[in-house]
Design a protein around this ligand. Structure first.
Ligand SMILES: Cc1cc2nc3c(=O)[nH]c(=O)nc-3n(C[C@H](O)[C@H](O)[C@H](O)COP(=O)(O)O)c2cc1C
Length: 322
């Protein structure tokens, strides 16, 4: 079945789904409708970090629609950055209320702010009237407890939003345990906003269990599942591409590597970035252990290239269903 009734959104994954990855990915694989970019932090005193803005420049993001994401809790700084993004052409932006890392959460940013519904209310009441862009919000169930969302959804209901993306874990849970589908179901009944489901969609089975359980949800955000299986969005949507999977993965890898070669000057940066992808992609091949280990141990670009060549030469079976 070719599913045109759903939207698949590439999750923001700092250190992975930057503009280079997004462009190369969408040249090789279909099925992903848009992406949310990894977060850009607000800076005080009306400052902007050009390297972070570069990631979302519309002229560099022509292959895949991208929505910039902002991390911050100071209304003035948020408005400044949002307006700058609007001037660049971004009609939609996303607010990160999900980042679980304690350094960030301690400063009442990301999921750390979920403990403070009144601050969120105050923030939105100051920000929304000043925005030219529409705003969506990416949240977890709470920072410490999954019940925090009960106080948050009524706050969000007061404002016009472009939807809410829920990753049904708590902040302190980080990525441990599983996504809480019962809590997501409760949230569906507690909000007037359009929800996007996000969390642990790694194959057709995990997609179907969410899609069947939540028939009113049509937007699905996928992160690590796509890093592990770049065919996943095609498989979910029933898009058939008549080409050998391993060959497609190799061509994708080589293209990504060539693009990162231009960006990263140091060999360690380049191989480090590529090894990150392998930690997700490698385990999707059967009997990968020995060959993946070699890739992850590569100390130089030459060594890395040879080990990747050797990995693909093995013609290991890729786990994913066709
Ligand atoms: C390495 C890494 C980086 C991430 N960076 C961001 C980010 O910049 N902004 C954000 O909202 N979420 C970020 N996330 C969370 C993901 O967007 C997503 O919510 C989470 O991985 C659950 O979805 P998944 O199970 O489909 O991967 C990150 C997650 C990981 C593992």
């Amino acid at each position: 079945m070719n599913r045109t009734d759903i939207k698949i959104i590439l999750a923001p994954l700092q250190g992975f789904t930057d503009v280079t990855y997004r462009n190369v990915f969408s040249n090789h694989f279909q099925g992903v409708d848009e992406a949310i970019a990894p977060f850009i932090s607000t800076m005080g005193q009306m400052r902007l970090k050009p390297t972070r803005i570069k990631d979302v420049l519309p002229e560099k993001n022509k292959n895949l629609t991208v929505v910039p994401q902002i991390l911050g809790n100071v209304a003035r700084d948020f408005i400044f950055l949002a307006n700058h993004l609007f001037d660049l052409g971004h009609k939609r932006i996303n607010w990160n209320l999900g980042c679980p890392h304690s350094k960030i959460a301690k400063k009442k940013r990301g999921s750390g702010l979920l403990l403070y519904p009144r601050l969120i209310d105050f923030f939105l009441s100051a920000v929304i009237p000043e925005l030219s862009n529409t705003l969506s919000i990416k949240i977890r169930l709470g920072y410490k407890s999954k019940n925090e969302i009960d106080l948050l959804l009524p706050v969000f209901d007061k404002y016009e939003l472009d939807g809410i993306i829920i990753h049904p874990r708590t902040g302190i849970q980080m990525y441990n345990g599983t996504s809480d589908h019962d809590a997501f179901e409760k949230a569906v009944s507690q909000t007037r906003h359009t929800l996007t489901y996000n969390g642990d969609i790694i194959d057709l089975d995990s997609f179907n269990s969410v899609a069947v359980r939540f028939p009113t949800i049509h937007r699905f955000m996928i992160g690590r599942g796509i890093l592990s299986n770049p065919f996943l969005a095609e498989q979910i949507k029933g898009i058939i591409v008549e080409k050998d999977q391993t060959l497609r993965l190799k061509e994708f890898h080589d293209d990504l590597f060539d693009h990162y070669k231009i960006i990263f000057s140091g060999p360690a940066h380049l191989t480090g970035r590529m090894k990150g992808f392998w930690t997700y992609l490698g385990p999707s091949f059967k009997k990968n252990k020995k060959y993946l280990k070699q890739i992850l141990k590569s100390g130089s670009i030459e060594c890395y290239t040879a080990n990747v060549e050797s990995f693909f030469d093995q013609n290991l079976e890729f786990f994913s269903q066709n």
